[in-house]
Design a protein around this ligand. Structure first.
Ligand code: AHG
Ligand code: MN
Ligand code: MN
Length: 336
């Protein structure tokens, strides 16, 4: 066999489980079912322009955003792929107000899945990067159907998290608390193959990522931080570059690989920012920390936040450790 081992995600998960004696094997089954859902979503995303799956459904989701056909397709695909495997006791999704129960005729399991089925929906019709985000916890209730209590856990209790980025190639990036690993989908064989083992984010970057259209709603401290990023840097002789895709998955993936900082701050119209803690903030924060980065709401570690509501929003600053620390110093008025 060639020296480059072909490591599928299934093999990576199983070998990871072997490294943790006592692992139930449930986990590898759960992630295997999840990757099937991702391949089914990828199949529709990759031909979206050819079939009638673009555009909106002419109604809004629970957040008041235009509900896209692909949002709904992805939401239903994940639920149906995961509802019968016996790995989960409850699910929760961006597109559903309440928790999603396991059908009575299927067994319940010991994990909880919380997900953003289609992230960056506004990019779909323009064929720009979109993604799927997932977060997995162990259940806290004892048995039977899971409840909201099983879902409202702080991010540091996650047992796994990850995203799929449907871009020029389709990649699955995940962590089970043992580093961050990237798998690229080989369409010819329909398998996610290990392509980025143990991703580590640079300690400092030179890219900042934020929607500057919100500038006039920002706090003075945040404006001072952005000006700082735009100044000529004495050592590198150049300011930071600005990059913004408008899809969290794409902006985080670039930040993870290249370094720098991604921000979705609070502002005068959105006191808690726009992004949701449970299926955007927490999974991304887990990944960034596992890759040696940092993720806060400007003053508190994202993973320490005790959630109160399933869809609560959180200001998000994540990326290279040194960049996020400097941002926090400006945001807290310790630096001008
Ligand atoms: P979703 O499509 O799941 O609702 O997420 C959209 C989010 C996130 O992907 C992105 O970072 C952010 O919205 C962009 O918001 P703006 O268009 O306000 O910049
Ligand atoms: Mn979404
Ligand atoms: Mn999203």
């Amino acid at each position: 066999m060639s020296k480059n081992k072909v490591i599928t995600i299934e093999r990576h998960i199983i070998e990871g489980e072997r490294a943790h004696p006592g692992a139930s094997g449930h986990f590898s089954g759960l992630l295997r079912d999840l990757t099937l859902a991702f391949k089914m979503i990828w199949r529709e995303v990759s031909k979206a322009g050819l079939v009638n799956i673009l555009g909106t459904l002419g109604r809004e989701n629970i957040h008041g955003d235009d509900l896209k056909k692909l949002d709904l397709f992805a939401d239903e695909t994940i639920y149906r792929a995961m509802d019968h495997g016996g790995h989960l006791c409850v699910m929760a999704s961006e597109e559903n107000e309440d928790v999603l129960h396991i059908p009575e005729n299927y067994p319940t399991g010991k994990y909880v899945l919380i997900y953003d089925p289609l992230d960056g929906s506004s990019n779909i019709d323009a064929n720009i990067t979109i993604g799927t985000i997932f977060s997995i916890y162990g259940r806290v209730t004892r048995s039977g159907q899971g409840t909201m209590v099983d879902c409202l856990q702080p991010g540091y209790k996650q047992v796994a998290a990850g995203y799929v980025v449907y871009g020029s190639s389709t990649m699955l990036v995940y962590t089970t608390g043992d580093g961050v690993h990237g798998f690229t989908l080989d369409p010819a064989i329909g398998e996610f193959l290990l392509s980025h083992e143990n991703i580590r984010i640079p300690r400092r970057g030179s890219i900042y990522s934020v929607n500057e259209g919100n500038y006039h709603r920002w706090s003075d401290n945040l404006k001072k931080y952005i000006s700082y990023l735009q100044e000529e840097d004495k050592t590198t002789g150049r300011p930071y570059s600005s990059r913004y895709i408008g899809a969290l998955v794409g902006d985080v993936h670039r930040t993870l690989l290249y370094g720098g900082i991604f921000m979705y701050p609070a502002d005068s119209k959105r006191p808690h920012g726009k992004l949701r803690l449970m299926y955007e903030g927490n999974p991304m924060a887990f990944l960034l920390e596992q890759a040696g980065g940092r993720a806060t709401n400007g003053c508190e570690r994202i993973l320490d936040i005790q959630p109160r509501q399933l869809h609560q929003r959180v200001p998000l600053f994540l990326g290279s450790e040194e960049d996020v620390v400097i941002a926090e110093e400006f945001l807290q008025g310790k630096r001008t």
